[in-house]
Design a protein around this ligand. Structure first.
Ligand SMILES: Nc1ncnc2c1ncn2[C@@H]1O[C@H](COP(=O)(O)OP(=O)(O)OP(=O)(O)O)[C@@H](O)[C@H]1O
Length: 313
């Protein structure tokens, strides 16, 4: 049986003087959602295009189930991909577009109706794609990716253009596809989009690997041993906690961050000093904070030319 792992190894691609992907290596395993994150221009789409055989690497390899995409026996059943939701002809009706794709790949018309239902596009099945919102085009692209009931899904910025309801929907869809044992790789330039979706993230910048870690690990590292304290007696709290050996910084008008003291000790010190407080809890970092921590270290990320753009929040 094929192990449907995505394996990128020493992958590099240059366009003229631009190094788009630079000796990139990572593995994406079945059964979880893996986020592929980096700011605009980091090299995500180029990597995905090489994985799908749409661009040739200068060196290295990009394999799916141990083979290059072009060598897969039944590619649509093996891999479903969404690269560009705009790629549908505007005059084509949604169902007709999918039927054409299905026939071309030897799939039954029944499957077209199944995927239309899965992505919630049944009511628009007979409408022309030209009249679709970006969110509807994303859904149509996802329907196309799911047609062959593939083991591996590769989606480039699938959340782009979706409204909050659509974002919730795609999170659920990705999680259920992964729970069925599929390999799910989803790119985004916004780490926050992957919160509550990805189990694992691969972060790249300027074509290079910055992190390849479980989300839980990344969040634990970014959360550190900090405690967040809410009190209207900020000055007194700072004095008491500093005297106890804590490092205290101001978070907001009524909020402080304390590190170097466990939460129980902070509570005991405040009570001992008769300093009132309204809330006290270990700090839980967001995925966006973890991302900013990571990219802060990668100074070259923002220091030069095209990557001067801050990751958008
Ligand atoms: N066909 C091409 N010809 C020339 N340069 C290219 C080509 N494709 C990508 N590049 C360049 O390679 C770099 C990486 O681009 P890529 O589209 O892979 O990044 P990305 O991470 O997908 O960004 P985005 O989030 O904006 O889609 C960029 O500097 C881009 O301008």
């Amino acid at each position: 049986m094929t192990e449907w792992t995505i394996a990128v190894s020493g992958l590099s691609k240059r366009y003229g003087g631009t190094v788009a992907v630079d000796a990139l290596s990572f593995t994406v395993r079945p059964g979880s959602v893996t986020g592929f994150v980096g700011p605009n221009g980091a090299g995500k789409s180029t990597t995905l295009r090489m994985l799908l055989g749409l661009d040739a690497p200068d060196s290295g390899s990009a394999l799916i189930g141990g083979r290059p995409y072009r060598a897969l026996h039944d590619p649509l059943r093996a891999v479903g991909a969404l690269l560009d939701a705009e790629a549908v002809h505007p005059g084509r009706r949604a169902r007709a577009h999918l039927l054409w794709q299905a026939r071309y790949n030897g799939l039954p018309a029944r499957r077209v109706d199944e995927v239309l239902e899965l992505v919630g596009l049944e009511p628009a099945a007979r409408k022309r794609a030209g009249g679709f919102s970006l969110g509807m085009r994303q859904r149509l692209g996802i329907a196309g990716a799911l047609l062959g009931d593939p083991r591996v899904l590769i989606l480039d910025e699938p959340v782009n253009g979706l409204d909050p309801e659509g974002i919730r929907w795609i999170r659920g869809l990705l999680r259920s596809l992964a729970a069925e044992g599929r390999t799910v790789l989803v790119s985004s330039h916004l780490m926050s989009e992957l919160q509550d979706t990805a189990d694992h993230v691969i972060v790249i910048g300027r074509g290079r690997l910055l992190a390849d870690r479980a989300v839980a690990e990344l969040l634990a590292a970014a959360s550190g041993d900090r405690v967040v304290l809410h009190t209207s007696h900020r000055a007194e709290a700072m004095t008491v906690l500093a005297a106890a050996g804590g490092t205290v910084s101001v978070l907001g008008a009524d909020a402080l961050t304390v590190s170097g003291l466990p939460v129980e000790r902070v509570a005991a010190e405040l009570s001992g000093g008769a300093v009132p407080f309204s809330a006290l809890a270990p700090h839980r970092a967001s995925l966006e904070e973890a991302y900013l921590d990571l990219t802060r270290d990668a100074a070259e990320f923002r220091a030069h030319g095209r990557d001067t753009e801050e990751p958008r929040v």
